[in-house]
Every structure is written in C-alpha cells, then in structure tokens.
Write a protein that binds this ligand. Structure first.
Ligand code: GLU
Length: 506
C-alpha cells in the first residue's frame, strides 16, 4: 500500500469519565479496521474540555485499552511523528490554523454576547424557526473588527459556512446530504480563544493523516460541519463510518440501569478481556461465516469489514456476554483459573493472601468444583458459599432444602444419615457411600428420595455440586486456617439441626 492510501485511524476519547462499552466498541472497530488493512491505530486524547477532563480518566482509559489488548501504534504514551497526541498540548497549532482561516476570510470574528445569542434563539423558538446563528457579524468590515477588538470587546472565531449542500457517503449509513443553511457558522475559537471540538478534530485528523474516521453515530451531525472545515482548509477529507448507538435489551439507550457499562466495572467483576472484545465485536458486526460467535481477536481482525457493519442499533445483552465469558472461562486450564480466581477469593475473605501448599490444593479443588457455575470470577464468592460455614445463626437453608426437610419421610432419611455420620470421626467419600447404603436399607428410600434429603442436610441447599466432591472439601477445609470457617460434615449437620423446626437432640 502506498502512503497515499495508507490506512490511518484514530480513537479519540475525551477523558471525562470511565470508558464505557460504546466508546470501547468504537476503539475496537478502529483497531480491527487498522489491523485488517495493515494500517495504523492512533490514540489521541481530546481534553479540550478543561473542566471535565481529568488525568485519572486518561490513565484509566489507557489501562483499559491495554487490558483489552487494543494496543495502538502511535499516540499518547507511545509517541509518533504527528504528536503531541494530547489536544491540550496542541493549542498553538489550532491558533495558527484559525488565524489562517481569518486571513483568508474563511472565518470571521463574532462579537455577539451570550445574551444576544440567547435572545435570537428565543425569538426563533417563538416563531417556530430553526435555531441557528443569525449571521449578524458575518459582514463586519476589517476596520470595524479592529475597532471593536481595540475597545476590548470579546469575540469568537466562526467558520463562514458556504451556501449550497454538503454531504458525504458514510461507510455504514450511506449518502447523507444536507443544505448548509441548516448549519450555524460553527465556532472554532471561543471568546477565551480556546478551540472547540469540531475545529481541533479537523486540524488533528488532517495533521495526523487520518484516512478513515470511525466513530459513534452521535457525531453524524458534526461531520457536515467538519467537512465544511476541511473544504475551508483546502485539505483532503477522510472517509467516514459511523457506528450505531448501543441500546439495552429494553430498547433504551444503554445506561447504568442496565447494569455494568464501564470497562472498569466489567474488569472488577472478573470478565475476561478476550470475552469482552469478542462480544463487543459482534455489536453491529457479524463475521461472514454463519453462526460463528466465539472467535479470538486475531481471527476477528482477519474477517473484519466495515461493509458488514449494521446501521440499526446494536443491543447490549448482558446474558449473552455472560454466556460468552463462561465459555471462555471453561477453556482455561485449572491452574491458570485458580491464579485468576485468587484475587477475587482473597477480596471475599475466602482464602488468605498467602496460601500454603495444602490450602492451595484445597482451593484448587474448590474452584474446580464450582467453575462451571460461574459466568464471571466475582461470582466465586457466592458460588463458594456452599463450601463455607453458614453466615447466620441459626444457619439459613434455601427454600428448597427447608421444604424438603419439613417432609417427615425426607427428615427421617436426613436424621438417619446424621446419626450414622455421628458414629464416625471423619467422613470420606468411601465412608459416605457406606453410610448412604445403610440409610437406604434402614429407611427403604432410594434415588431422589434418598439423596435429596442428605444433600439438603449436609449443604443447606436443594441443589449443588457433586456431594462426593463436596465432602472432602468440608472435611479438609475444616482443618485449614482459612479467614472464614469451613465446617466439617459433622459440624454442618449439627448446625442445621439446631434450626427450630428441625431441632433434634443428638
Ligand atoms: N472526543 C470525541 C468523543 O469522545 C471524539 C469524537 C471523534 O471521534 O471525532 O466523542
């Protein structure tokens, strides 16, 4: 590919909050597009909103992108020949370009105050007219401008919008053309001479030789203004591809109400970056092969094509993300999974920060037992509840176990099991099988009627993982020095039968 057609795309976040799924999908599609076309992916920080931009958000978004594996070839922290890549460090450049447009009479100074502009807006509103700049200062003579400036009047710099139509062929939305009379002369420099988003964006996309601008649909209306700016600067115009808005399953704009939306939150909950990028890549795009959903990032990159991006809104469905994350988790070898689960288990006080060999072996067995039950790693705490001691006194049984143990026949099974366990010092899977055989003979119960009450009495739950695997966890766990107590089988059974309506004397 020669330099004329080299693909250069950018992700240009404003560091005014945590990176949410909408932004990240934009970053991802840019990254994929660059990768597919052997282009360059650039990270530029748009921090022109000095009040809302925070360094902590910039740091966080850098960390999030790195965590997701969306590395950039040029940009902030990495450098490159088109830097600096933080807009607040490029102010002198914007002033220079504004001056050039003023000198060429393609921009003009506007002395209207906020109050005057507001009055015009109100009048237009009252007459049901389109709200736009009146053009009042468009034709001030150079002498008049000079006089006003000398007298200290504040002014903004506006682009002189040309008459006619302005349009572009969006790579996703198709041709979009509008009459320029719908556009107010956009402000390029505010009265404090700070540059505006549209202006910085065009200057930077030009100087950074951006070939394709891929960004959210919310920017569609900016694009017309930006094209007029490219024209005024007499520079080439990149191609545009806008990505549809992401909605929640209820069809409303994705927000906090729908659960986690920031990458930070997903990371904290223990979603895997591979699963997240895989899921996000399918928000509005699909690979050419039917039914392909679980795809590694590299494969997605090989198949990515903007022509397969849909313009209809994409639906963010946490249930599907959960399914995908679970599928990725299931492929992780147990030792690696244990390492990943560790910080989550430490945070939930399930294991100590430093584990001896015995504890580590025990924890590995515990993770192995519940691993198919979790969608994301933070669920370790709730799924491990079945292994740890009861938090409440008297212990709380789940509704199914309670119902079951109130049934006299089921209770008889559980009590017989308890009696026989109490005769032993320890329960092993072998002894357990022996005892179950005896309970079966004594109570004449079998199948569900035999195993269900035993499970309920031992675990406090109506369902759960394999009892023969749980029993050694209870027994060995009770001998370990864990931050939260694990009760032995005898302790568990005794505790459960202290509940008032199950009370019994042992
Ligand atoms: N800073 C803008 C935003 O975060 C970027 C828009 C663009 O990509 O041009 O929405």
């Amino acid at each position: 590919m020669d330099t004329q057609t080299a693909v250069r795309v950018r992700f240009a976040p404003s560091p005014t909050g945590f990176l949410h799924v909408g932004n990240v999908r934009t970053a991802l599609f840019n990254w994929l597009f660059a990768g597919r076309n052997e282009g360059v992916f650039i990270l530029r920080i748009e921090d022109t909103d000095a009040e809302r931009s925070k360094l902590k958000y910039e740091k966080q978004l850098i960390e999030d992108l790195q965590w997701l594996g969306l590395e950039w070839g040029e940009g902030i922290e990495r450098g490159g020949e088109c830097g600096p890549y933080r807009q607040s460090e490029r102010y002198a450049i914007y002033q220079q370009y504004a001056q050039r447009l003023l000198d060429e009479n393609k921009a003009f100074r506007c002395f209207c105050t906020e109050e005057e502009l507001e009055q015009v807006r109100q009048a237009q509103l009252a007459h049901n007219e389109m709200q736009r700049y009146s053009g009042k200062c468009r034709h001030l003579s150079p002498a008049e401008v000079q006089d006003r400036r000398k007298s200290g009047a504040a002014s903004t710099v506006r682009l002189r919008v040309r008459p006619g139509t302005v349009g572009f062929s969006d790579l996703v939305f198709g041709r979009i053309e509008i009459d320029t009379n719908q556009i107010s002369d956009p402000v390029l420099l505010r009265s404090d001479s700070s540059p505006t988003y549209n202006f910085c964006c065009v200057v930077d996309d030009t100087l950074m030789k951006i070939s394709h601008v891929i960004r959210g649909e919310g920017h569609l209306s900016n694009t017309h203004r930006q094209i007029l700016l490219y024209e005024a600067l007499g520079v080439s115009i990149p191609q545009f591809g806008h990505l549809s808005t992401i909605l929640g399953p209820d069809g409303q704009k994705l927000s906090k109400r729908h659960g986690a939306t920031s990458i930070e939150e997903f990371r904290k909950q223990g979603y895997l970056p591979e699963a997240l990028v895989n899921y996000l890549s399918l928000l509005g795009w699909s690979p050419p092969g039917e039914g392909q959903e679980i795809l590694p990032l590299d494969e997605i990159k090989q198949q990515f094509d903007l022509s397969r991006v849909l313009k209809s809104p994409a639906i963010f469905d946490t249930a599907k993300l959960d399914w995908m994350n679970r599928s990725y988790l299931s492929k992780i070898p147990i030792d690696a999974l244990v390492e990943m689960a560790k910080p989550f288990a430490v945070r939930a006080s399930l294991i100590p920060g430093q584990m001896d060999l015995q504890t580590k072996e025990w924890f590995t067995q515990a993770v192995d037992l519940i691993k198919t039950r979790i969608d994301y790693l933070d669920q370790i705490a709730s799924e491990m509840a079945i292994v740890y001691g009861f938090d409440t006194d008297p212990p709380k049984l789940d509704a199914e176990a309670q119902d079951l143990l109130r049934n006299p026949e089921a209770r008889a099974v559980a009590l017989e099991f308890l009696r026989l366990v109490m005769e032993r010092d320890i329960l092993t899977p072998e002894i357990y099988r022996e005892i179950v055989a005896k309970v079966k003979a004594d109570t004449k119960q079998k199948g569900r009627n035999l195993f269900h009450p035993i499970r309920a009495a031992l675990t406090g739950c109506g369902s759960g993982p394999d009892l023969e695997k749980l029993i050694p966890l209870y027994e060995e766990g009770s001998r370990l020095n864990l931050p939260r107590k694990v009760m032995s089988c005898r302790e568990r059974l005794k505790a459960i039968f202290t509940i008032d309506d199950l009370r019994m004397t042992i």
